[in-house]
Ligand binder design. Structure first.
Ligand SMILES: Nc1ncnc2c1ncn2[C@@H]1O[C@H](COP(=O)(O)OP(=O)(O)OP(=O)(O)O)[C@@H](O)[C@H]1O
Ligand SMILES: [Mg+2]
Length: 366
């Protein structure tokens, strides 16, 4: 199991890291443990504090509180250039008058590595990113994706103890971005460098990361594997941010036969998680919902839309509207205006306390 609380494996530790700009708290007591060799993504909407977090780790911004240790050593006490980190930003920031190979060699020259070693290391780094034929090219004669590979090679060639990537693929077109995602994952597997990737693209974070860190308004909302964050979101924000979900308001309390249950309109569901009694919300993904004969939530089909491989249903219930996706596999499905009952397996839902930010405690499905 990867996760917090396993201090023996802790490589990078953020402890209550905080940054304020005037009276705005951009990063609010962020705590996180990253294992050696892990690729972790900071994910969240614009302005949630991702870049600020990365810049404090890199040393480009001073923290207002908290600690960062790397391999047991206090990182914040060191100057940026003494931290031994590799950094790749959204803009490639290559030196335009230097070739790809010269760009990659730059950090090695600064470190006074001798010429023979340097040439070998540059060749290895260019090969790693698939640019062994491009050493003599200048950046202006390379595509965006190629330039970003050079930036990656330049960051990796110094064998950084930690690689920080801030939206490295966001300037690329969709196809190139997808290729580079696969490439980045392959490189990370090959060299085993610990990486922190900042992105606001949830599918990119899910595809690449060992774990995702979902942030909102400077606060870490959840740290989990992509699957766990998707299947068991910690709160309504995470449920809404990671893909399409249904959030239904309900009441958490003791069940008739013992155990905790959540009551949603005319249906009652067993709750496996620790959730306080009182107003709560139930999150369930559209593709996890099916039509059942009994023991579910009753409603009416408002709309059904054919989408090729699947059908999309909108169901009106006493707990609100919900979205249901069923595969187009020939099995009989209800018609519009039909009375139906919908259900799901208890393990496919997540229960959370009501969201204090919204009046009803839940948000509309995306
Ligand atoms: N130098 C600064 N002075 C004042 N406020 C700042 C400064 N830098 C960032 N902020 C504010 O801090 C918050 C977090 O900014 P940050 O750049 O970390 O967000 P982000 O999550 O990286 O967003 P994006 O996805 O848009 O890059 C924002 O509200 C931003 O306006
Ligand atoms: Mg940013």
């Amino acid at each position: 199991m990867k996760g917090e609380g396993d201090d023996g494996m802790a490589y990078l530790v953020l402890d209550q890291l905080t940054k304020r700009f005037g009276n705005w708290t951009a990063v609010d007591h962020a705590s996180l443990t990253v294992e050696k060799g892990e690729l972790i993504s900071l994910l969240g909407p614009s302005g949630c504090g991702k870049t600020t977090t990365l810049q404090m780790i890199a040393g480009f911004l001073d923290a207002d509180g908290g600690r960062v240790t790397l391999d047991g050593k206090d990182l914040l006490a060191k100057k940026p250039n003494e931290r031994g980190l590799g950094i790749v930003f959204q803009s490639y920031a290559l030196f335009p008058h230097m070739t790809a190979a010269e760009n990659v060699a730059f950090g090695l020259e600064m470190r006074k590595i001798n010429r023979a070693d340097r040439e070998r290391m540059v060749a290895d780094a260019l090969k790693l990113v698939g640019l062994e034929q491009y050493g003599d090219r200048h950046p202006r004669r390379m595509s965006g994706g190629q330039q970003q590979r050079v930036a990656l090679a330049r960051a990796l060639v110094i064998k950084p103890s930690l690689l920080l990537l801030d939206e490295p693929l966001s300037n690329l077109d969709a196809k190139m971005r997808e290729e580079m995602q696969i490439e980045l994952r392959r490189i990370q597997r090959t060299v085993g460098t610990t990486m922190i990737l900042v992105t606001h693209d949830q599918s990119e974070a899910m595809a690449l990361s060992d774990r995702v860190v979902v942030m909102n308004k400077g606060r870490i909302q959840q740290v989990a594997t992509p699957q766990d964050a998707y299947d068991r979101p910690a709160n309504a924000f995470v449920a809404n941010f990671l893909g399409r979900t249904n959030l239904l308001p309900g009441m958490v309390g003791a069940g008739a036969g013992g155990g905790t249950v959540i009551t949603v309109a005319d249906s009652v569901w067993p709750v496996a998680q620790e959730v306080p009694a009182g107003p709560g919300a139930l999150a369930v993904r559209p593709e996890k919902i099916g039509f059942v004969d009994a023991g579910g939530l009753s409603g009416t089909v408002l709309a059904r839309v054919f989408q090729g491989t699947q059908w999309l249903f909108e169901i009106e219930t006493a707990a609100g509207r919900l979205m249901v996706i069923r595969q187009h596999d020939g099995s009989p499905l209800p018609a519009e205006r039909e009375r139906v009952m919908v259900g799901w397996r208890p393990q496919d839902m997540a229960v959370m306390p009501a969201d204090p930010d919204t009046a009803s405690g839940v948000r509309e499905a995306a």
